[in-house]
Design a protein around this ligand. Sequence first.
Ligand code: DGJ
Length: 531
Amino acid sequence: MNRAQALLSTALLTLGAVNAFATEAPRVVHQDGLYALMVDGAPYLVLGAQINNSSSWPAILPKVWPALEDMHVNTAEAPVYWEQLEPKPGSFDFSTVDALVMGAREHHLQLVLLWFGTWKNGNMHYVPEWVKTDPRKYPRMINAAGEPIDVLSANSNTNRDADKRAFTAMMRHLKEIDATNHTVLMIQVENESGGIGSPRDFSPASNKEFAGEVPADLLKVMGKPRGNWSEVFSGKADETFQAYHQSRYVNEIAAAGKREFDIPMYCNVWISYPVAELPERQIPNPGIGYPSGGPVQDMISLWKAFAPSIDIIGPDIYSDDIGFYRQVLAAYRRPDNALWIPETGNGDSYAPFFFLALGQGAIGFSPFGVDHTGWTFTDNGPKAHTENFALISPMAREIAKLNYEGKLKTAVEEAGATSQELDFGAWQAAVRFGFPQPDGHRPPGTPDHHGRALVAQLGPDEFLVAGVDASVAFHVPGRLPGLRMQILRAEEGYYENGTWHMTRLWNGDQTDRGINFKHAGAVVRIRIGTF
Ligand code: DGJ
C-alpha cells in the first residue's frame, strides 16, 4: 500500500467509525418460503433508487446524493464500470468504488454496487477498450449470418476469466474498505446479461457443440430425455443453449467474487414483455425483444440450477400495466428466490407497485434514474415514490420484519376493483379507494387508480395500517364493518428507532366507515374488539 492508499484507508475507516452501520455481513435468509435481507441481524427493507448510468463518477456524485436524500431512500444503487476499473490489463483503479462507498457513508446510505462487466443491457459497452479492440483474444458473439455482433461471447473462457479477474479485484478491494462497516449490502453481477442481436452464439465451436448431445446435467434439471439441442428443446433450443453457457459464466464470476468477500449477489433481468407492450419491444423473441441467455421468466429454473452463487434473480420492470406487473412478481417470487425489484419506472404510475411488491414479500424496490443530473428529471424528482418512501422509511425495519413473519398484506387500487378484502382469519380488512364517497354510492376510486394501503397484524386484535388515498375498515368474517365490532383505540403516530410514538388518537370522520387515509398518507395502530 502506498502513502496515498494508506491515507485513503485511514479516511475510510474514520468515516466508517462515525456511522453506526452494519457490523455483520449482510445475508439473504429464508423460512417457510419467506425471505429477508438480514442487515445487522434484522430484516432490512431496501427503499432503493438507482442512479443514472453515467453518474457514478466522483465529479458527478455531488448531484446524486441530494436526490437520493430528497427521495427518502435508504440504499443507493450505483454502477461500477469495468472500463474505468481496469484501464490497462491487470492494473486497477478503485477511485470510483472508493468515492461511492465514502459518499454513501457520509450521506447515511447503504449501497448496492452494480458490476457493469461483460454485459450491460445485452451488449458489451462497458468492457475496457483493450477488450473491445482485441476481438481475436476476446471473441464476440457470432450471429446466424456468421458476423460478429456487439456482445462479448459467453462461450469463451478467456472472456469469462478477464471479467472474473476484474470482478475479484473489486471484491478484494471492497473487503479491505468495507468488511467492518458493510455499507455495501449486495452486488449486482453484470447488468441485464444476455445477447441482443442473436439468439445464440453461432461460432464454429458453438455450432459443433449445438449439433451434439445436450449435457446430462441440463437434461436432469429440465427433466428431459436425451437428444441433441434441437431435438430436446425445439423452438427454445438456441435460447436454452445460450442460457446454459451464460448462467455458468456468470456463476463462476460471482463464486470467485464471493471467495474474496462473501456478501449477497444478484442478477437483474431485462424481462420478456408481451407483444407490443412497448414500441421497441414488439417482438418477444430472444435476442430481439430481450437479451438471449438471461434469466427471463421461463429461464429462471435453469439459472437457479446453474448459477447457485447468485442469491437472487430480480426483474427490471418497465411496464405500468398492473396485470403484467402482478404476473412478473408472481414469476420471480418463488420458494427458491427472494422477490427483489432492482429497477422499475420512476413515474408516479409505478408508485402503487411498491405496495404490490411488499404484499408479495419483496425485500426491496428501486426506481431507476434518480439523481439531479437533469437526465431523467428536470424538476425535483419522483413525486409518488417519494411519498411512499417518506411514509415507510421511519418504519422500514418493522415492515421488513412483519413481512418476513408473513404478517403483512397490501391492497392496490386498480380499475374495476375499488374495494378489496385482506384476510387475517378472525379479522378481515375491507380496503376501499376514493374515500369519501357520498352516501349511497359505491367507492368511486381515485382518478388515476393510485390508491394503496398496507395492513400488518401486530397481535390477535391489533394492526398497523398505512395508506395513501385509501380507507381500511375491519370486520369479522361474514359481517359488514361496524357490525358486532368496534374500534377500541386508533393511534396515529410513527416509529423512531423501533419505538412507537403516538401523535394523536383518530376518531370521528377519520375513522367512521374505515381508517381514512388522505393523499398525505399516515400510519395508524389500531386495536379492535367484538361485542
Ligand atoms: C435498464 C438498464 O438496466 C439500466 O441500466 C438503464 O439502461 C435502463 N434500462 C434505462 O431505462
